[in-house]
Design a protein. Structure first.
Length: 681
């Protein structure tokens, strides 16, 4: 029977095909009885025609339907319409993990945000006796609210008290559809699954480890040119250490992944719950030690804690840089000057047309609000406040409006408000998930005549492209429509209005592309993965940020005509760059350092003891008061150091790959008791 859009199966009307695999075709459909959208998976004829396989699948589908977990997609029913067998389930739109994954992997705090609920979901399935057997990034969705769901239990297996060869007989091997072709599943198989041996829930733990490895590094741990060579790597090879590929990761993260990827199932975590607990403990340790990736977390759940703890110092600087010279590239000198000096979190900057004012988003109390401030002094003044987040404020060239995104209403709409305040006017809904709002508007999204605004908006089945929105009418016309699996974002007009710069890829990194202002096919400027990109006045060059190594982010200038590049500046983090019409650069620099001070309780005199970067904390005096023991992460590991209070001399007491903290002196001052992870998996 031919299945096509518009067709009715029972009371389900098919709308569009949204996926296809070895276990069937997935459709977006309307449940005409309940008036809701659902996902409908039509089973392949080979399964539907075999009564035994169909009965087994229905039995296992009922078990999946009984699962009640916020991070597992809900299965509604198993149906039969005139010989067409299908299942209906919760429709989860937006993007899967494979689409969101940056080229170099996620920052560690973002990785943990995803990994912990993912492991918890798998643990929930395992406790119900269900092994997924096809865990991979494509089967992990992030919805519009940032919530994770595990999908596609099409290969799921109900576990029996003992292993059964039946577990190896369902179509796991359909991942190999032709000689030398890998469609994705092979790379995430456990060794026992790749060999066709019986599998249990520990096979899922190996697959989870493969996903986490890719999230941490941007690379799969086992790769080959063909399906068979990939299977050979899974069976025989040991993957490179994640801490070698990404030295910003703590060693404990490497140990967690090594244990997940053990060839012998008995050497892995024996339950997904154990893995989830390890990941939660790692996150707790990072919140104490601060040895996490320096990039800001993507979700606002972390931000209030950062602000309240007063461990974030937002150093935002403006400086004037020399114009690009085609004949020479003299050394450029910078004169950084702080533009804001609060304990708040400032981001998303835009210049006024005259270059005298800045508009930005500021978080003081857990929400981002829009503020305006004069560049050369005065306090910032709130222009838009509310219960949700107001982000990406952008000043129109005619000075009449600030455009910004807001989470105060469904659909993450774009609003307009006068720079001196007033009632915001809703322009258009973007349909973007809140996690993607950071790249929704480019630095210069307004056309030079202020008639149009370039907005990243969702279209189709969660894909994101650029629309050109008429500010007067709110009418939107497509400007770019990227291919499946990638998104377009952060579109900016050149200063002369003839071209548009945008980023194609994920919402953290992507490739710089240019498009004529009247439209056309985007063309790449370079193959470098960039976080942000902006035009410089004159439009002969663009500035972009990209990692120089695993501890520095750099600001680079690219000559548009020749492709030549030069480094202008580097720091631990450079974010939210924007350039004024007078060629002044504004950026945010995220810092995380803690220092030790000693205070005379009688006089109140305070003296700084340490000036090392990173974290220095939990100090304790020796019984005679002459020596201080404290923990420091200056070398990359959390170690115990001794500090002579009078001379300032320091001695490293411990040197391990683990975490050594909370040192305490014995009464005679001869020994120290401490908490340590050394030697622990």
């Amino acid at each position: 029977m031919t299945i096509e859009a518009g067709q009715q199966l029972l009371h389900y009307r098919l709308i569009e095909k949204i996926g296809e695999g070895g276990m069937g075709v997935v459709w977006k459909a309307e449940d005409t009885k309940l008036r809701r959208h659902v996902a409908l998976k039509v089973l392949p004829q080979s399964m539907a025609a075999d009564p035994d396989r169909r009965a087994r699948f229905e039995r296992e589908a009922r078990a999946v339907a009984a699962l009640n977990h916020p991070n597992i997609v809900t299965l509604h029913s198993v149906e039969d319409a005139d010989g067409v067998h299908f299942i209906t389930m919760e429709l989860v739109e937006w993007q899967n993990l494979a689409q969101l994954l940056p080229r170099g992997g996620f920052p560690l705090n973002r990785l943990l945000e995803i990994a912990i609920p993912l492991a918890d979901a798998v643990s929930g399935a395992h406790r119900a006796g269900i092994t997924h057997r096809d865990l991979k990034p494509d089967n992990v969705m992030i919805d519009a609210e940032g919530r994770l769901r595990v999908l596609d239990f099409g290969l799921a297996k109900l576990q029996k008290p003992t292993g059964s060869a039946e577990a190896a007989n369902l179509p796991t091997a359909t991942a190999m559809t032709g000689e030398g072709k890998i469609v994705g599943t092979v790379a995430y198989m456990s060794p026992e699954q790749a060999e066709g041996k019986p599998v249990d829930h520990r096979s899922d733990i190996f697959s989870l480890g493969t996903i986490l490895y890719e999230m941490a590094t941007g690379k799969r741990p086992f790769q080959g040119e063909t399906s068979m060579s990939t299977i050979g790597a899974i069976l025989k090879d040991e993957p490179s250490s994640v801490t070698e590929i990404n030295p910003t990761l703590p060693r404990h993260a490497g140990r967690i992944l090594r244990r997940c990827l053990a060839k012998d199932p008995d050497r892995r975590y024996q339950t997904a719950l154990d893995l989830r607990n390890e990941l939660e403990e790692l996150r707790a340790e990072l919140s104490v030690t601060g040895t996490t990736d320096s990039r800001l977390p993507a979700r606002r759940g972390w931000w209030p804690a950062i602000v309240v703890a007063a461990i974030v110092v937002t150093a935002v600087a403006t400086w004037t840089v020399l114009r690009h010279d085609d004949t020479a590239a003299p050394e450029t000198h910078y004169a950084p000057r702080p533009a804001t000096a609060t304990a708040a979190y400032d981001r998303d900057t835009s210049w006024s047309p005259d270059g005298q004012y800045l508009v930005f988003s500021r978080m003081n109390d857990g929400n981002l609000d829009v503020y305006v401030q004069q560049v050369d002094g005065s306090e910032a003044v709130a222009r838009v406040e509310g219960p949700g987040d107001q982000t990406n404020p952008r000043w129109s060239p005619d000075g009449r409006y600030l455009a910004y995104f807001s989470t105060t209403e469904p659909g993450t709409p774009v609003f307009l408000v006068p720079p001196d305040g007033g009632t915001p006017k809703k322009l258009i809904e973007s349909g973007l998930p809140t996690l993607s709002m950071g790249a929704s508007l480019g630095v210069r999204p307004w056309s030079p005549d202020s008639r149009f605004l370039l907005v990243a908006r969702a279209f189709g089945s969660g894909h994101i492209g650029i629309d050109r929105v008429d500010v007067a009418t709110g009418e939107a016309t497509p400007f770019t429509r990227p291919p499946a699996g990638v998104n377009d974002s952060a579109a900016s007009y050149s200063f002369d209005g003839s071209r548009v710069l945008l980023r194609r890829g994920g919402f953290e990194f992507g490739t710089m592309m240019t498009v004529p202002a009247q439209g056309g096919e985007p063309q790449p400027l370079s193959d470098v993965a960039v976080a942000e990109a902006v035009w410089r006045p004159g439009d002969r060059s663009v500035l972009y940020t990209t990692p120089f190594d695993y501890s520095l982010v750099g600001l680079v200038e690219l000559d548009v005509a020749t492709g030549a590049t030069r480094r202008l500046f580097e720091s631990r983090t450079i974010q939210w760059i924007s350039v004024s019409p007078t060629d002044r650069i504004f950026y945010s620099d995220f810092r995380h350092d803690t220092f030790l001070f000693v205070v005379d309780v009688r006089s109140g005199e305070r003296r700084q003891l340490t000036s090392h970067t990173s974290n220095n904390f939990v100090p304790t005096f020796s019984p005679d008061g002459r020596t201080l023991a404290y923990s420091s992460s200056r070398t990359g590991d959390m170690e115990v150091w001794l500090h002579d209070v009078e001379s300032g001399d320091e001695t490293r007491l411990t040197n391990s790959e683990g975490i050594d903290i909370m040192a305490d002196w014995s009464p005679d001052g001869r020994r120290l008791l401490l908490l340590s992870q050394r030697g622990a998996d």
